[in-house]
Structures are given as structure tokens and as C-alpha cells.
Design a protein around this ligand. Structure first.
Ligand SMILES: [Zn+2]
Length: 329
């Protein structure tokens, strides 16, 4: 893990260096066009020194001096803003632009904690090999095509798969926008394969990531394998990633567990799964799960106490319709 942290720290140093050097270039360009701005900047920078000098020579009392300087600085700033505006630039044009306004690309928040961008970078780096990020890049609510879903009513159903999907889509867009203030904040997508569950999970993951939250995306199998690896250290190449997953379970903003029920299930993995689901609920964190199992099958496959957790804290969302993956081929 230290390797990755060092790598990211270097990336951040480079990002900050670039942000500052780009700001310097902009400044030079502007100074060349409007030398008055350079004068203003120099005056603003020397305010402290001037204050002491004025204090000593003019004998003003502290409060009067403070007000006087404040007024002067404000005037200088508005003059500068007006000059920049005359060239069509915003007042912030000469300031460095950071990729993350929260930590200004230091990776740390003012309280000393790691910034959310840093933690997400760590998650991403651990997943680079898995291809999940590349997949997310092409999936979004905009590319989700509800037209693919059948407009025929299936036996026993009151609405068409198309109509169902339209409703789900609208709800999930709203869910992503309201994130993390949803109630309930955890969902189970259940239904047969090829009915759009995973695609929709990807869309939500992307929308939530784009809003600056951290997202950890795992298959149920990756989760249980990671927990096993975390305990037993069988595979040195996987230990670091397992540690990261273990640490992020209680704190990542959104945990996505894809394909629950496809993992190898025994008492140990079932206990790990319960632990993870329960931890998320106790820490009031959002978890999204997809499964091909229907609720009854979920109940019989997992321990009662896990199922009752789902019942108590999750909303079940049903997907149905013909398998899109076979239809497309
Ligand atoms: Zn940040």
C-alpha cells in the first residue's frame, strides 16, 4: 500500500506544480498586456510592510489603520477585477486552478484527514487492472437505452419491461442526484440475467463518482475472496488490495456489490458477507446490490439474519424481461 501512496503523493505534487506554473504563465501574459495589474499585485503583497511603516510614521491608532488598509485593499482588488473583466477574464483568472478544490491537490483536508479524491485515487489504482474504470467511462444514464426493453406484457406482470425500466431509470437518476441523502439508502436489484441490473449499477456509480463521492465496486465474489485473503494472506499479490477493500468497507461513500449469489458460499463467506452488510448499515452508508436470485431464493441461500437485514434496510427493486444479452446477438 505504501508504494501506491507514494505514487499518488508524487502525482499530487506534480499536479500542484503544474497548477502553479500555469498560473504564473497566465500572470506573465496579463502583466504584459496590463502593467497596472502588476502594480496592483505588488501593492497588495506589500500591504503588511506598508502598514508597519504607516503606523510608525503617521502615528495612527491600530483600529483606524486597519480600516484604512482594508478599504485600500478592497479598492485595489476591485480595480484589478475590473481590469481583468475588461479583457474578458474572471477575477480568479490569475489564481492556480486545482483539480480538487477541497484539498487544492494536496490530498489532505484542513483537519489533516485524507481528502476524498485521494482515497478514490487509491481505490482506482488498486483497480486499474480490472478494467472497471474503462467500462464506467462509456456507461452513463445518457447512454442507457430504455428502448431495448420489450413493450410486451409478460404473463403475471402488470406493466411491460419497457415501462418498468423507465420508472427505475427515473428513480435511479433521482437517487444519484440526492446521494447520499436517500431513504432507504441501500437497494437490491433483483431479476434474471440480462435485464439491465449491472448496466444501471454502472450508471449510478459513474454519476456518484462524478459528484465527488468515493465508490468501491466489487463483485460479491471479489468481496468474499478479499475478506478471506485479508485474514489468511495466501496470495502476496492480492494482500494489498484485500487490505484496501477491508479498510474501505466501513467508510467508502457508496459500495456496489454486483452479482450476489454467484460467489462461492460457505459458512465463512456468508459470515463475511453479513459482517460487511451489517457494518455498512451501522455506519449509515449506502450499498447497492445486484442479484439474479429472487427474494425467496435470497432468503434460503443466506442466513436469516442477513435476509432480515435486507428486509429492514434495503429497498428491493425488481427487474424483468427477456434476456437482452441473447436478444442483441
Ligand atoms: Zn481532494
Amino acid at each position: 500500500m505504501d508504494d501506491k501512496i507514494n505514487k499518488i503523493t508524487r502525482e499530487y505534487e506534480e499536479k500542484r506544480r503544474q497548477a502553479f506554473s500555469a498560473a504564473v504563465s497566465r500572470k506573465e501574459e496579463i502583466y504584459a498586456r496590463l502593467p497596472r495589474i502588476r502594480e496592483i499585485d505588488e501593492k497588495l503583497e506589500s500591504t503588511g510592510m506598508n502598514a508597519i511603516r504607516t503606523y510608525l510614521t503617521a502615528g495612527l491608532d491600530k483600529e483606524t489603520l486597519k480600516q484604512k488598509l482594508k478599504k485600500e485593499n478592497q479598492e485595489l482588488r476591485s480595480e484589478k477585477a475590473a481590469l481583468l473583466a475588461s479583457l474578458g477574464f474572471s477575477p480568479d483568472y490569475l489564481k492556480p486552478v486545482f483539480a480538487c478544490p477541497l484539498c487544492e491537490d494536496t490530498g489532505y483536508l484542513p483537519d489533516g484527514g485524507r481528502c476524498v479524491c485521494f482515497r478514490q485515487r487509491l481505490i482506482d489504482l488498486s483497480y486499474d487492472a480490472s478494467g472497471i474504470r474503462q467500462e464506467l467511462a462509456i456507461k452513463s444514464f445518457d447512454t442507457f437505452d430504455a428502448e431495448l426493453f420489450s413493450r410486451k406484457i409478460m404473463p403475471g406482470m402488470s406493466i411491460t419491461p419497457y415501462r418498468n425500466m423507465q420508472q427505475i431509470l427515473a428513480e435511479m437518476k433521482a437517487f444519484s442526484q440526492a446521494f447520499p441523502h436517500n431513504n432507504p439508502h441501500s437497494l437490491i436489484f433483483h431479476g434474471p440475467p440480462g435485464t439491465g441490473k449491472t448496466f444501471l449499477l454502472d450508471c449510478i456509480a459513474k454519476a456518484v463518482l462524478d459528484r465527488g463521492f468515493t465508490v468501491l465496486y466489487l463483485t460479491a465474489n471479489q468481496l468474499t475472496s478479499a475478506m478471506e485473503e485479508y485474514r489468511f494472506h495466501r496470495n502476496p499479490q492480492e494482500t494489498e488490495k484485500a487490505g484496501m477493500i477491508h479498510d474501505e468497507i466501513p467508510r467508502v461513500d457508496l459500495l456496489i456489490l454486483d452479482d450476489l449469489g454467484a460467489e462461492y458460499i460457505n459458512q465463512v463467506t456468508a459470515a463475511d458477507l453479513f459482517e460487511c452488510i451489517n457494518t455498512r448499515i451501522l455506519s449509515h452508508k449506502s450499498t447497492l446490490i445486484s442479484t439474479n436470485l429472487d427474494p425467496e431464493k435470497l432468503r434460503t441461500t443466506y442466513m436469516d439474519r442477513l435476509y432480515s437485514r435486507f428486509k429492514g434496510s434495503y429497498r428491493f427493486i425488481r427487474f424483468f424481461g427477456p434476456d437482452l444479452r441473447t436478444r442483441k446477438q
